[in-house]
Design a protein around this ligand. Sequence first.
Ligand SMILES: Nc1ncnc2c1ncn2[C@@H]1O[C@H](COP(=O)(O)OP(=O)(O)OP(=O)(O)O)[C@@H](O)[C@H]1O
Ligand SMILES: [Mg+2]
Length: 151
Amino acid sequence: MLSYLLDNQQDTLAIAAKLADNCPTDSVLFLSGELGTGKTTLVGGFLQALGFQGIVKSPSYTLIETYHIKNQSILHWDLYRLKMPQELEGVGIRDYTLAPAIWLIEWPERGLPFLPAADLTIVLQLKNKQRSIQLNPQTPKGQQLLETFHE
Ligand SMILES: Nc1ncnc2c1ncn2[C@@H]1O[C@H](COP(=O)(O)OP(=O)(O)OP(=O)(O)O)[C@@H](O)[C@H]1O
Ligand SMILES: [Mg+2]
């Protein structure tokens, strides 16, 4: 497990870029943390690092926003408004698992049994005005993704 203090948005964007630069094209990243801790900010930094130039908004109502960048598919999920995990079947989550993609999932706890297993669990925190991030690898792929952080 790696953890860092985040003193400003640039710190978050730098970590996001490092993850994006090294993320295999079929990876699952869970983004946990209370409201406003910086999950969408991290997704925005990740997409920008891959070359996306627009503004990244949380797909709260649609649950998912799909991006195609440099021959990769990135699926940005925000499950905050999910009432029951089963609703994911209604949006065709199974179809999304058929092709390789990078999954970035906000509020994964709300959809758990219907989500693919995480390679990396990211936890964002805001405590006593101090932001921090934890990166917890769950698979060898997740482990490898973190190796660049040691260089
Ligand atoms: N490292 C940081 N330093 C300072 N401010 C930050 C940092 N990361 C995010 N913020 C700010 O915190 C606010 C909330 O960020 P963001 O929307 O990314 O949170 P979130 O975790 O996605 O929230 P939600 O649970 O509502 O989806 C934004 O105004 C953002 O600019
Ligand atoms: Mg968000």
